[in-house]
Design a protein around this ligand. Structure first.
Ligand code: MTE
Length: 318
């Protein structure tokens, strides 16, 4: 985000998949995933090196979350990513395959009744998974619409049993520069860290995603577990989480530590508040030539605007 790179809308027309082709391909992929999931027992899948959570996909869709636009093609979304641990370009697919996602443990600590660690495969069988269709808006002004699979962050908060003094949830990515060579670049404040207020974290929209397009998350999308906060700019949606801490003080986030004037703690989407270096009035639909007007809170004002009553003095939209 701080450096010059090829933007989504510079993609040649020939690379954009027409929507009807994309939808048919998705139906085909979805059906295939269902067949595999039906055939494979979790134990067998693990023995074969496959994702042991495969049988949980596709999860039942929660129909309360609807879209005002077509879904983005899965291939497009999976080949245009921000994952600075694996490089600053959008092409991180190959580099991110080095990430080992099993075993994967998430530490729950800080101001909780009792800190604990939980393995990803225990976690996804403890809290029911569901599919939600969400808009996703990057601060760079590209946007997509994708089906995430996961569970509300508030379910994880409930599992953690935070103490009353906990005011914020801090979420951190792994730290392993041998695998993620981007982490050798010492001017970045690794590990990638994000934070939400308790009210934000327990809002129903805040999702912990473990899958996308009816399958477990591919590594470039933040396997095996990431955050999705669709009313905020995409950099809040921290990938490959290993630690969730409940804290009293507002955590210093990765991008805020790098450039607070451009990437603040709140980062709520607002068409009327420009980024210091570009307008946020409209957004480029990933993989197409279409520009759409940006929506306040990315179209989720009804669900989240109330979270910010009394905080008008804060830089809520940067
Ligand atoms: N999480 C980590 N750990 N590292 C990152 O570089 N980039 C963020 C966010 N989460 C990032 C991250 C940014 S800037 C965006 S826009 C989204 O991931 C992109 O998510 P996607 O690649 O799945 O579309």
């Amino acid at each position: 985000m701080l450096i010059k790179r090829r933007l989504g809308w510079e993609m040649p027309e020939s690379q954009a998949t027409p929507e009807h082709v994309a939808l048919n391909r998705r139906a085909f992929i979805g059906a295939g995933a269902g067949l595999i999931a039906g055939a494979a027992l979790p134990g067998l899948a693990a023995a074969q090196g496959a994702d042991p959570s495969l049988d949980l996909y596709p999860a039942k869709r929660n129909e309360s979350f609807t879209l005002d636009r077509p879904l983005t093609d899965a291939e497009l979304a999976a080949n245009y990513n921000n994952f600075y641990e694996f490089g600053t370009s959008k092409d991180v697919v190959a580099a991110s395959q080095k990430l080992v996602t099993r075993p994967w443990t998430i530490a729950i600590d800080g101001m909780v009744e009792k800190p604990f660690e939980i393995g990803i495969d225990d976690l996804v069988r403890k809290i029911p998974l569901e599919e939600r269709l969400y808009r996703f808006r990057c601060v760079e002004s590209w946007a997509m619409a994708v089906p995430w699979t996961g569970f509300p962050l508030k379910s994880l908060v409930a599992l953690a049993k935070p103490l009353s003094g906990a005011k914020y949830v801090k979420l951190e990515t792994f730290l392993n520069p041998r695998v993620a060579t981007g982490q050798l670049q010492r001017w970045y404040p690794w590990p990638y860290t994000e934070g939400l207020t308790m009210a934000e974290a327990t809002n129903d929209l805040a999702l912990i995603a473990t899958g996308i397009y009816g399958k477990p998350l591919p590594k470039q999308h933040g396997a095996p577990i990431r955050l999705v906060t669709p009313w905020k700019y995409g950099f809040k949606s921290v990938k490959s989480i290993t630690k969730v801490s409940f804290v009293a003080e507002r955590p210093k986030t990765f991008w805020e530590a790098l450039q607070a004037s451009e990437y603040g703690f709140w980062a709520n989407v607002n068409p009327e508040v420009p980024h210091p270096r570009w307008s946020q009035a409209s957004e480029q639909v990933l993989g197409t030539r279409e520009r759409r007007p940006t929506l306040l809170f990315n179209g989720y004002a009804e669900q989240v605007a109330g979270l910010y009553k009394g905080l008008e003095g804060e830089r809520l939209y940067v």
